[in-house]
Ligand binder design. Structure first.
Ligand code: FAD
Ligand code: NAI
Length: 464
């Protein structure tokens, strides 16, 4: 007798991985349910991640441009007044609209939202609240949450994680950011722009691990110029909170004499960890690896038949667009199609000012694989950036010395996040630096810097 299932596909988690997988599976004609324990759909990204952080970054950019003289330079003189409640209001509106949009898409695609946290009861069944459901395919898309710093308690008032840092009720006088990664630099930038003194304590000898070495150094220089103070090669060994103030104990990363600094806000941003607690994976026989991730094969299958996994809970960069692409691919694989994600070409963007973006290999990683040619072009020599008073940064194209195939592209520029899409597309199509150099780019655009950096690979840019 055929097995009786409630659904063809059950997705656990409605973040960018899970909700996209659910929609694509429904579009392919499968019956779909999605379990989500939050009150709204959209996961970390829409509720407390990408979207609210960008709302605060965008708004604080306006404030900063008015306050620091950037607007006055262009003949627009204003004295800004900060209405932090209104700024938070527009952040909440953006989140409400976008999470509501996913709820609309679920209804439109006839996806049943099982409200609550799901736990496996068997290899093809989960319990959500009082309801137990069976599904032919189960996709684990439970995402990630903040990595705690041992001995440091997050009270979301003085010591906050990224969620608390999005919601501070007043601008702190001094914010200490623990961790010079993406969250520390984005949210540190928000509060610096709004008037806080910001100190960033980073364990490694440079910020932004995983990014190209030259980009990391240049970014550090730019943030320093903006007023962020960096304590590199330093670790936080304790945070004591008293009367609304924090005292942090710092030590050199390699050990040595301790020192203290005071702060009225501390942001703990030392990374994120996969969410598997509470899933009762034991019922499926699945185990997590040393980093707490669920291992998958190329098609997003776990080692348990019928169970798939995607997004932050599996190995790879913890990025919303990676989770989304995996969501589409896993649904296509479940439907018997061929869903593929090219994990070698996943762009990464830090939404600071200027933005920092990259795709493919860093120069260091490329050199480990073989001989390379590198072309660089400064934003100072790009007519649009110069006209807009945005001189900081550069574009760098790394190509294989023999084949000229582009291996990586890195950029620091006001709109680097938008520019990097063309580099990703070129790499997806196997472009050489010459292909980019001979592609006509509209003038005057920041993107011309990518063309000129590609021209520089063989030594022939025009404007430097
Ligand atoms: P998530 O978005 O984490 O969603 C998982 C969902 O599963 C959650 O809603 C959770 O409630 C639910 N869940 C967990 N367990 C269960 C269970 N047992 N039952 C039911 N539901 C469950 N990435 C970018 O690409 N660009 C950015 O600009 C960016 N900005 C960020 C800013 C911040 C402050 C943070 C914290 C992250 C940011 N990220 C950004 C990372 C991005 O948010 C994640 O990579 C992305 O959300 C991962 O998607 P996901 O679907 O795997 O998981
Ligand atoms: P991260 O991994 O980017 O950076 C953490 C930093 O903390 C590292 O530089 C690390 O060396 C440092 N660190 C670790 N332990 C430390 C300690 N004890 N003391 C001092 N420094 C310490 O992690 P982050 O910033 O928390 O972000 C988490 C994830 O969220 C990232 O992996 C990123 O992919 C994602 N994200 C993406 C964004 C984007 O795409 N724009 C924005 C925000 C988050």
């Amino acid at each position: 007798m055929a097995e009786q299932y409630d659904f063809d596909v059950l997705v656990i988690g409605a973040g960018p991985g899970g909700y996209v997988a659910a929609i694509r599976a429904a579009q392919l004609g499968l019956s779909v349910a999605c379990a989500e324990g939050r009150e709204t759909l959209g996961g970390t990204c829409l509720n407390v991640g990408c979207i609210p952080s960008k709302a605060m970054l965008h708004a604080s950019e306006y404030f900063d441009a008015a306050a620091n003289g950037a607007m006055a330079k262009m003949g627009v003189k204003v004295t800004p007044e900060l209405d932090l409640d209104a700024m938070h209001g527009q952040r909440k509106d953006a989140v409400k609209q976008l999470t509501g949009g996913i709820e609309f898409l679920f209804k439109k695609n006839k996806i049943e939202w099982l409200k609550g946290y799901a736990a496996f009861t068997g290899k093809d069944s989960v319990k959500v609240g009082d309801r137990e459901v069976r599904a032919k395919n189960i996709v684990i898309a439970t995402g990630s949450s903040v990595t705690p710093l041992p001995g440091v308690e997050i009270d979301q008032k003085v010591v906050v994680d990224s969620t608390g840092a999005l919601e501070l009720a007043k601008v702190p006088e001094h914010m200490v950011v623990i961790g010079g990664g993406v969250i520390g630099l984005e949210l540190g930038s928000v509060w610096r722009r709004l008037g806080a003194k910001v100190t960033c304590v980073e364990f490694l000898d440079q910020i932004l691990p995983g990014f190209d070495g030259e980009v990391r150094k240049e970014a550090n220089k730019i943030f320093k110029k903006q007023g962020i103070e960096f304590k590199l090669s330093t670790k936080v060994t304790g945070v004591a909170v008293k009367g609304g103030k924090a005292t942090l104990t710092l030590e050199p990363a390699k050990g040595g004499e301790a020192s203290t600094i005071e702060a009225d806000a501390v942001l703990v941003s030392i990374g994120r960890k996969p969410n598997t607690d509470g899933l009762n994976l034991e019922a499926t026989g699945l185990k997590t690896n040393q980093r707490g991730q669920i291992e998958i094969d190329h098609d997003f299958r776990t080692s348990a038949p019928g169970i798939w996994a995607i997004g932050d809970v599996v190995p790879g960069p913890m990025l919303a667009h990676k989770a989304e692409d995996e969501g589409i691919a896993v649904a296509e694989n479940i439907a018997g199609q061929t869903g593929i994600v090219n994990h070698d070409v996943i762009p990464s963007v830090v939404y600071t000012w200027p933005e920092i973006a990259g795709v493919g290999l860093t120069e260091e990683a490329a050199k480990e694989k073989g001989e390379v040619k590198v072309g660089k072009f400064p934003m100072l020599a790009n007519s649009r950036a110069k006209t807009n008073h945005e001189p900081d940064g550069f574009v760098k194209v790394i190509a294989d010395a023999k084949s000229d195939r582009v291996l990586g592209v890195w950029a620091i520029a006001s709109v680097a996040g938008t520019m990097i899409a063309q580099a990703a597309q070129a790499m997806e199509f196997g472009a050489t630096s010459e292909d980019i150099a001979y592609t006509c780019h509209a003038h005057p655009t920041h993107s011309e810097a990518i063309k000129e950096a590609a021209m520089a690979v063989t030594g022939k840019p025009i404007h430097v």
